[in-house]
Design a protein around this ligand. Structure first.
Ligand SMILES: Cc1cc2nc3c(=O)[nH]c(=O)nc-3n(C[C@H](O)[C@H](O)[C@H](O)COP(=O)(O)OP(=O)(O)OC[C@H]3O[C@@H](n4cnc5c(N)ncnc54)[C@H](O)[C@@H]3O)c2cc1C
Length: 436
């Protein structure tokens, strides 16, 4: 194989691939980005909230040109059980956009957002090859030296290949980097985008222009799936979705579209969406294997980023920021390797060091026990919402019982539902996996 025309080939034009391509191109490297969609973002789907702190280092002042929907100024967590819902939320004016800088987070729709970000890569000098699938990695003596595509004579040599393929990293798996995750380690999430007149949306959700809200809903609304439902406000649409482990749908004999229909018709959700028009419907996977299942992140001539590398923190609904940050770090490490003419895993090891020093590997490590724990203790997701709503119902029901007696009854009822030792043990175990 002759001298490669490209310093780097980036597979995918999602958040990770775009971040890597922008970083490489801004650093002066010759970059080709290969995307299977006819246009970037065409088939991509997320909730979706993106976080400014991870995007700003890649595209400074992004909020002035990116197709953002609404700043997230209030986050809400609801717990449902039967006809009850416990609501907790947090709003902060510091989360809003100001003259000094962007909001903490924004809602986006992926089709326009990915297109915009891939446009930034092009502006920086990267070339985009759309409607092209990377089918395999080219290998020479154990090193990755380019990609094979579904185009005629579609082999593309490159000094370095960066995978930003997302959850279905078929090309990487085929070449032996990572493997198809077990169905118990992948969530299936279905989502609709529902249009409402902007004034109606703002009145129903209590948001003004420049404000937005997120709602994550736990409890029996997921019908036994290990996951949550969500509602995110966009400009004049609402993203509504729900997910659970792939194995849940099989075990519970539940179709994903039925689960979403039930969410939309739930008494706490229906009034918010009444009269809306469905513009989009789709499903997508989220890898939840986490730290213990990470594929090799750095190999000779090859780096894995974002969902392809299982970098998601589903508890905090973070994945796009892991993708932005890991894509940027892969780009930076690749620039170092190109400059020093060492394309080996050693030359690219700056990627691993950056990941270790950042929130990425720290967060993945501290949350490594969460999914194994909740997978083995599904009763927790069923029992505690009921205990919480029963306790609150009893507390708020005015029925002539003296408050002192009510509190005693409440404690008795909680301990009847869960023995004190079992309760303490569950709280301790939850703290152990979530509190690190
Ligand atoms: C329903 C849902 C809601 C979510 N909500 C949130 C949220 O609110 N906030 C958050 O931070 N995260 C959220 N996530 C997670 C987030 O979407 C992902 O972590 C993030 O998109 C990962 O980015 P990525 O670039 O690694 O992969 P992707 O976004 O999947 O991008 C991969 C790209 O590579 C392309 N591609 C794949 N294979 C090939 C190939 N062989 N050849 C060429 N091109 C290829 C794809 O077409 C795609 O454009 C959500 C996920 C889902 C499914």
């Amino acid at each position: 194989m002759g001298m490669p025309a490209f310093d780097a080939v980036v597979i995918g034009a999602g958040p990770a691939g775009n971040a890597a391509a922008i970083t490489l191109a801004k650093g002066g490297a010759k970059v080709l980005q290969v995307e299977r969609g006819k246009a970037p973002g065409e088939k991509n789907l997320m909730g979706g909230v993106i976080y400014s702190s991870s995007l700003s280092p890649i595209v400074p002042n992004f909020w002035q040109s990116a197709p953002l929907e609404r700043p997230v100024t209030e986050q809400n967590y609801w717990v449902t059980d039967g006809g009850s819902v416990a609501k907790f939320g947090f709003a902060d004016s510091a989360f809003a956009e100001s003259e000094d800088g962007p909001a903490n987070a924004y809602t986006v729709l992926r089709a326009p957002f990915d297109k915009w970000m891939a446009g930034e890569a092009k502006k920086a000098g990267a070339m985009l090859l759309p409607a092209t699938v990377v089918t395999d990695l080219l290998m020479e003596e154990g090193r990755v030296v380019g990609v094979a595509t579904d185009r005629p004579n579609g082999e593309i040599p490159a000094k370095i290949v960066i995978s930003g393929e997302g959850v279905n990293a078929f090309a990487s798996w085929k070449a032996g980097f990572g493997k198809r995750p077990d169905p118990s380690e992948v969530a299936l999430v279905v989502k609709e985008v529902i249009e409402l007149p902007q004034g109606v949306l703002e009145a129903r959700f209590g948001v003004g222009a420049g404000e937005g809200k997120t709602f994550e809903i736990f409890g029996d609304i997921t019908q036994g799936c290990l996951g949550y439902a969500f509602l995110y406000t966009n400009k004049n649409t609402v993203s509504v979705g729900v997910g659970g482990l792939v194995t849940d749908f099989a075990d519970l004999k539940l179709a994903s579209y039925e689960l979403l229909e039930n969410v939309k018709n739930h008494s706490v959700v229906r009034p918010l969406l009444e009269g809306g028009k469905t513009l989009e419907y789709g499903g997508h996977l989220i890898p939840e294997g986490g730290y213990t299942s990470l594929p090799p992140l750095v190999s000779d001539g090859f780096l894995m980023t974002g969902d392809a590398a299982l970098m998601v923190n589903a508890v905090h609904r973070e994945g796009s920021n892991f993708a932005f940050a890991s894509g940027r770090m892969a780009g930076e490490a690749a620039l170092e390797a190109i400059a020093s003419d060492d394309l080996s895993a050693k030359g690219l090891s700056g990627y691993r060091t950056r990941l270790e020093d950042s929130f990425i590997l720290k967060d993945l490590k501290s949350y490594e026990g969460v999914f194994p724990f909740f997978r083995s203790r599904r009763d927790i997701m069923e029992d505690y919402p009921a205990i919480m709503t029963d306790a609150l119902r009893s507390l708020f029901t005015v029925d002539g019982t003296a408050k002192g007696q009510k509190k005693k009854d409440l404690v008795k009822a909680v301990f009847k539902a869960k023995r004190p030792l079992a309760l303490l043990s569950d709280l301790y175990k939850m703290w152990r996996v979530l509190g690190k």
